[in-house]
Design a protein around this ligand. Structure first.
Ligand SMILES: C[S@@+](CC[C@H](N)C(=O)[O-])C[C@H]1O[C@@H](n2cnc3c(N)ncnc32)[C@H](O)[C@@H]1O
Length: 275
């Protein structure tokens, strides 16, 4: 299927109209390749027959979304998601109104390691704070299958390889017979998972921190730019945004660098001045 095949546009329209799944932010070439993979895997001889198949076969939409996403994720994924990497962010948030909860959004959370890592790191820093600080982590993804795993909160050793041993002891249940460990209930209760498509408007406002990492690699430039505008809108005054290696801040009018090396940015008021 060539990328500019008109049937690809019809396929996009069908999914948005009949299944509320918006594929417009994926580039044509990438979408064509991944749809062709699912078309062949399901034994469909044309995009038209695959279009009928996806509407009648209940699980297929999630399998297509799986094929469209790179789901690789793990706890304490890199230096940014560590006590040292987040110390500047935490110092800044510690100085904000202590009566308000600290609110965080992990956008494109996959099966949950990113939001749980945040909940653990904020618990390590603020868990014993006096007066206590409430921490609320919202975590969203487009893929319901990944969200089911995330809510379960139970992980194999390969997702946990970078977790410091002391944190494994303090923030996870002991391993089960299959070697998997579950995030402790107290930490699971800090994280709230919802389905949300990043092609649509953000469902939050007044947030302190938003993370979007390793999610938008196949988004069009326009979709990436819209996303950053949406993040600006959902943050509170001087709120922070953390991007990943595959995310691009294409124009700096909405954010100023907070810790540029770690791709941490701070919301500016539109017009230039920091709000
Ligand atoms: C590689 S994982 C990144 C997980 C986590 N942010 C991290 O860095 O470890 C990418 C996730 O983005 C999600 N995703 C892709 N397109 C999305 C969209 N339009 N809306 C919401 N989530 C999306 C995928 O379902 C996948 O779970």
């Amino acid at each position: 299927m060539p990328p500019d095949d008109p049937s690809l546009s019809s396929f996009r329209r069908l999914l948005v109209e009949r299944r509320s799944v918006d594929l417009s932010h994926y580039s044509d070439a990438f979408l064509a390749r991944r749809v062709a993979v699912r078309q062949h895997a399901t034994g469909q001889h044309s995009l038209e027959s695959y279009s009928r198949f996806i509407l009648t076969e209940p699980g297929e939409i999630n399998l297509l979304l799986d094929a469209l996403s790179v789901n690789v994720t793990e706890f304490f994924r890199d230096e940014v998601l560590s006590p040292r990497g987040l110390s500047g962010v935490m110092d800044f948030l510690a100085g904000r109104n202590p009566k308000r909860p600290i609110t965080i959004w992990s956008a494109g959370c996959a099966s949950g390691p990113e939001p749980y890592t945040l909940a653990i790191l904020f618990d390590l820093r603020f868990g014993a704070a006096r007066p206590p600080r409430d921490i609320i982590v919202y975590a969203t993804d487009i893929n319901e299958s990944r969200l089911r795993e995330a809510r379960e909160g139970c992980y194999a050793a390969r997702s946990l390889a970078a977790v410091p041993p002391a944190v494994l002891q303090s923030h996870f249940d002991p391993p089960g017979p299959d070697g998997r460990r579950r995030v402790k209930e107290r930490i699971r209760k800090m994280v709230h998972f919802f389905r949300h498509d990043l092609a649509t408007l953000p469902p939050y406002s007044g947030l302190d921190l938003v993370l979007c990492r390793n999610v938008t690699i196949y988004f069009t430039s326009e979709a990436k730019a819209n996303l950053v505008k949406g993040f600006h809108r959902c943050l509170s005054e001087r709120g922070l945004m953390i991007l990943g290696g595959s995310e691009l801040l294409l124009e700096m009018s909405l954010f100023s660098p907070f810790d540029a090396a770690r791709k941490i940015y701070q919301k500016k008021a539109v017009g230039g001045a920091v709000q």
